[in-house]
Design a protein around this ligand. Structure first.
Ligand SMILES: *Cc1c(COP(=O)(O)O)cnc(C)c1O
Length: 375
């Protein structure tokens, strides 16, 4: 075991959390939650105290994403993974199409493939890290499903309606929402969870839904298709309109979300957040391109994620040891997505992460590499 490499304090970032989910939570909002330890936590989610906070989060999200008239904000319990199950019952009518570009997009395709009441999905696969093949019109399918940001690889896709298609556009925005620009007219369902760009806690799903998606949800809710009660999107629609969830949510999660959304709206809204992420992305990818031992994993700059950067290292670098050394210095969660199996670091560039801390992180990595890799 080599001696521990110690990073000098003057190089360290102000906050050492660079994880891609759960991601950095702003301590100020946790403090504010503590300030409401006795009048919010431990109170009924059916009463005004909590419903007002849910309402604030829903209204804030409408404003953040500049939702057109008729779009609504739905929420339910269980995170994005649960939303996939709910969508397989209450959103997809007969057959879905999936752009699969990594682990998360693959998981949704597996859900619809396993659903006995749906036809086998059409799957359009792109190898991890390569420029994604987008969804395309196909008269048989009624939902195009693709991720805004594939968190396992650091590849982003543009949110655009496929030409000449009137199927619903259903976007997994779990890690992209709040950090990447999006035009609501281009999607019908844009779903996410609060533990990534929204810097909150997990266990909740949120979905921005268009009038066409609402029509689909209502129609399937009236149909005789069996669906588990807790996964019923018709119920989620009714409950969300009342600023409630079907069953009890984690109140702390709801509170942190409302605080975070307010902060985002007050700091330039989506454009302001995306600008922060652009700055962080320019810093980290610029650094990797110049570094003789590092390279952005995603070759095409147009689909390099501005919310999760994946950086490959030369074989002379043991990236796992690098991440471990960073961790002992208080810089945490830079490990790559395990199943991708690359000699890589994955660095979140979420809006809560200070762009200056991304710059500090690159200087810390330089410091470690200079001592770790023989010249
Ligand atoms: C994190 C993530 C998920 C899973 O979210 P959960 O809330 O843990 O279910 C799904 N899709 C993408 C793109 C993600 O980044």
């Amino acid at each position: 075991m080599p001696d521990l490499i110690e990073i000098p304090a003057n190089l360290l970032p102000a906050d050492g959390r660079f994880g891609s989910g759960p991601g950095k939570v702003q301590p100020e909002f946790v403090q504010r939650l503590a300030d409401h330890a006795t009048d919010f936590l431990g109170t009924s989610h059916r009463q005004a105290t909590v419903r007002k906070v849910v309402g604030r989060a829903r209204a804030g999200l409408s404003e953040l994403f500049a939702l057109p008239d008729g779009y609504e904000v739905l929420l339910g319990l269980g995170g994005s993974t649960t939303f996939w199950d709910a969508a397989s019952f209450g959103l997809i009518e007969r057959q879905s199409q999936h752009a699969v570009i990594g682990e998360f997009s693959q998981k949704f395709a597996q859900v619809t493939a396993a659903a006995p009441h749906l036809r086998a999905p059409e799957v359009i696969t792109t190898e991890p890290g390569l420029t994604p093949t987008p969804c395309r019109a196909n008269d048989d399918i009624d939902a195009h499903c693709f991720p805004h940001n594939e968190t396992s690889t650091g590849v982003s896709m543009e949110v655009v309606r496929p030409n000449a298609s009137d199927a619903l556009v259903v976007v997994d925005a779990t890690s992209g929402a709040g950090g990447l620009r999006v035009d609501a007219a281009q999607f019908d369902v844009y779903y996410f969870a609060p533990q990534k760009c929204f810097g909150g806690d997990g266990g909740l799903w949120l979905a921005l839904v268009s009038p066409n998606a609402i029509e689909r949800i209502e129609r399937l809710a009236r149909s005789d298709r069996w669906r588990p009660a807790a996964l019923d999107l018709g119920t989620a629609l009714e409950q969300s309109r009342l600023d409630q969830t079907y069953n009890t949510p984690a109140l702390a999660t709801v509170f942190l979300l409302a605080e975070q959304v307010d902060w985002m709206v007050a700091n330039g809204s989506l454009e302001g957040m995306a600008t922060r992420c652009d700055r962080s992305a320019a810093t980290v990818y610029g650094w990797a391109e110049r570094h003789p031992l590092a390279d952005p994993f995603v070759g095409d700059p147009g689909c390099r994620s501005h919310v999760t950067a994946t950086i490959d290292f030369d074989e002379r670098v043991d990236a796992a040891a690098l991440a471990a050394t960073l961790r002992t210095n208080g810089i945490i969660d830079t490990e790559p997505y395990r199943k991708l199996g690359r000699n890589q670091l994955r660095i979140a560039l979420f809006p809560n992460i200070e762009p200056d801390d991304i710059a500090a992180l690159t200087r810390c990595i330089d410091h470690v590499l200079e001592r770790m890799v023989p010249a």
